[in-house]
Design a protein around this ligand. Structure first.
Ligand code: NDP
Length: 633
């Protein structure tokens, strides 16, 4: 948001004469609270039940060609015709987001010559290519989220970076590591198939290409499938409609940081109040003649407190080689509940860390522990609810915005301009806990009332991160003997280290949730660790003259058994949650233990990193079957 817009939003005055300050919302102090578990349970369940309606998770299928596939089209880069390619490469990397780029960079670092990155987008960036909506930013600190900062000798300009700075950082990595010239954009892989005879993967694309690769790395991402809800009548709407992940600035005018002047005479509706919506609603409120925000479930919106990077902060980094990985680890340690100095010091390290690691005192009974955890959660949610009361002028609107569920039930959000936007006279919040009923020619219907709109924006997110990998990959992956990955994984993933799978030699997947690796709030860290492991493994295989490496049946079984043995079933707690992707939309019992993480829960990230390092150092490729005997290193 530009300075002028910030001042307008910040300078709003409440009815009691006090001024709303987006920079210092201040209500997150922990006052002593009365906690009545029965009353809280009843309220939370009542709110959950309003949203637990059949069909709430139904989505449109955007994978084929149909009426709705236009919502996937690229508004940012013109499509250019080119002739099909028939090429040989060392490593084909599918996906040009953070995972693909850091993998490419690490492959270059270990001396790999031919690296071909392929993506459906028109350029580098992955989710940061597609998401250019106004106000788009990352709520994980830029110093730990933007990868390879020390390689680039770059310090982000703000504690939380806007999307364009993140995309430029990714483009700069691609340029530095010479990944640009061979990249294939606006190219969708349609089939990846192993050719046993020549020990090559063959990637067939929608451009007619045939790329033969010694290795394949799938870096398809976790937010790559745009999600459109299945609301009756969507195809009837005569106005303009698009998804936040494909913002149409041609229509709205303006850009990511400035007023969208073409909306000045438009009535705009936004469906959704999740992480994307809360970032674009402020700028939309500033630009549109009228803005309706259709909310199914309120987000818990904590303080963000963004600020420019001070010289002191920057020089603190510059003088400490290795600072970035150390800071990433520190963030994860704090979220793990370890007793370390909190360098990042934000909502994640305060609230998320506390909720996932409740206080456990000596002599505490399990019942006390559970109750204490609940009370701590309740206090955090009360602070969020108080913040709304202190920020939003209209009490009715404030009440609708309040999240009544446990903090761990939904992905938390952080923003300082979202709540004040509801004080603008042209912004109206519409409470639709059961979702939108229908879309019509003129607008949409919620609670039996039709809202006429010129423009309808779907801020409805992406298919869940734990969407099985074969679906996220979006094409057929065929291994040895015609084995299809989707069939092999029909009952759940089976991997070694969350990155390789038997029957698919020389094939790696960048680790992601639901893939038997580990999970971190800072997904960049997992991407970097995975990329380094994959590059180092490929280098080792090459050094030993190994042409083909596949996972052994025994190693895969053992690894999967480890995942199952450490799986923690939290469905009892999650059942009481408002439906969200974190509890499988209200059906946590159906979660597949095989999609769990290494070490249980969100995974033991540090243990996993240590295991991978020891595996590489041993150099004996334990768990792999290779075409050459493995000589001692
Ligand atoms: P979300 O899935 O978080 O939000 C989608 C919104 O659409 C929700 O409010 C949802 O309601 C609503 N919705 C869906 N279907 C309907 C329907 N039929 N009727 C009414 N409302 C509906 O998507 P986002 O794009 O906001 O975020 C997706 C993910 O992207 C985040 O979880 C995060 O991982 C990532 N992200 C990260 C950011 C960052 O700063 N790091 C910024 C933006 C996104 P309900 O809540 O009831 O399901």
């Amino acid at each position: 948001m530009d300075a002028e817009l910030m001042i307008e939003v910040q300078g709003l005055t409440k009815r009691d004469g006090t001024t709303v300050s987006a920079g210092s919302p201040g209500p997150q102090s922990a006052a002593p609270l009365h906690f009545d578990p029965d009353a809280v349970h009843a309220k939370y369940l009542e709110e959950r039940d309003k949203r637990l309606i059949p069909g709430r998770a139904a989505i449109r299928d955007l994978t084929g060609e149909n009426l709705f596939t236009k919502y996937r089209e690229d508004p940012f880069t013109p499509f250019e015709h080119r002739e099909p390619l028939f090429e040989e490469t060392d490593v084909a990397v599918v996906g040009a987001g953070i995972g693909g780029i850091v993998t490419g960079a690490n492959l270059r670092k270990v001396g790999m010559e031919r690296i071909t990155i392929i993506d459906q987008a028109g350029g580098f960036g992955g989710t940061w290519y597609w998401n250019r909506y106004p106000g788009v930013m990352c709520d994980v600190e830029s110093y730990i989220y933007m990868p390879m900062l020390e390689d680039l000798d770059y310090i982000p300009t703000k504690k939380y970076a806007f999307g364009d700075e993140i995309r430029e950082n990714l483009e700069a990595i691609a340029k530095k590591y010479d990944l640009v010239n061979d990249a294939l954009f606006h190219t969708g892989v349609q089939r990846t198939e192993w050719d046993e005879e020549c020990a090559r993967w063959i990637l067939h694309t929608d451009r007619g290409d045939e790329i033969r690769a010694r290795y394949v790395v799938m870096a398809v991402g976790i937010l790559n499938l745009v999600k459109l809800p299945d609301i009756p009548g969507m195809e009837l709407f005569k106005g303009k409609s698009f998804h936040t992940g494909r913002w149409d600035y041609e229509y709205t005018g303006g850009d990511m940081h400035s007023r969208m002047d073409k909306l000045a005479d438009k009535v705009v509706g936004v469906i959704g109040t999740g992480a994307s919506a809360i970032q674009c609603i402020g700028p939309l409120g500033q630009s549109a003649k009228k803005l309706y925000v259709f909310q199914r479930t309120p987000s818990a919106v904590g303080v963000r407190n963004n600020r420019p990077t001070s010289e002191e902060v920057a020089s603190g980094f510059e003088n400490r080689p290795g600072w970035q990985r150390a800071r990433m680890y520190n963030f994860h340690s704090v979220l793990n509940g370890e007793d370390v100095v909190d360098l990042v010091d934000d909502g994640w390290t305060h609230y998320e860390a506390k909720v996932w690691n409740p206080r456990r005192e000596p002599g505490m009974t399990s019942e006390d522990f559970v109750l204490n955890a609940e009370e701590e959660d309740f206090e955090i949610m009360e602070a969020h609810r108080r913040r709304i009361d202190e920020t939003v002028i209209d009490p009715g609107t404030a009440e609708i915005l309040k999240p009544y569920y446990r903090y761990l039930c939904k992905r938390p959000c952080f923003h300082d301009e979202y709540l004040p936007a509801f004080n603008l006279p042209n912004v109206t919040l519409v409470d639709c806990p059961a979702g939108i009923e229908t879309v019509t020619e003129r607008g949409l219907v919620c609670n039996g009332e039709e809202f006429e709109l010129d423009c309808l924006i779907y801020a409805t997110g992406f298919e869940a991160e734990v969407t099985p990998f074969p679906r996220r990959a979006g094409h057929e992956i065929i291994g040895r003997g015609g084995l299809r990955l989707a069939e092999k994984w029909a009952a759940g993933p089976a991997t070694l280290h969350g990155m390789m799978t038997r029957g698919f030699p020389n094939f790696f997947m960048v680790p992601a949730p639901g893939q038997q690796g580990v999970i971190s709030v800072n997904f960049t860290l997992v991407n970097c660790e995975g990329a380094e492991h994959i590059a180092a493994t490929i280098k080792l295989l090459d050094e030993r003259g190994i042409q083909v490496a596949d996972v052994s049946g025994e190693a895969e079984r053992e690894y999967v058994d480890g995942i199952l043995a450490t799986y923690q079933d939290v469905s009892l707690v999650m059942e009481a949650c408002t439906p969200s992707r974190l509890n499988n939309e209200g059906n946590p019992k159906a979660m597949n233990p095989r999609a769990g993480s290494w070490g249980g829960g969100r995974g033991d990230l540090f243990g996993w990193i240590k295991m991978l390092k020891e595996w590489r150092e041993a150099g004996d490729f334990a768990g792999l079957e290779t075409d050459q005997p493995v000589a001692a290193s």
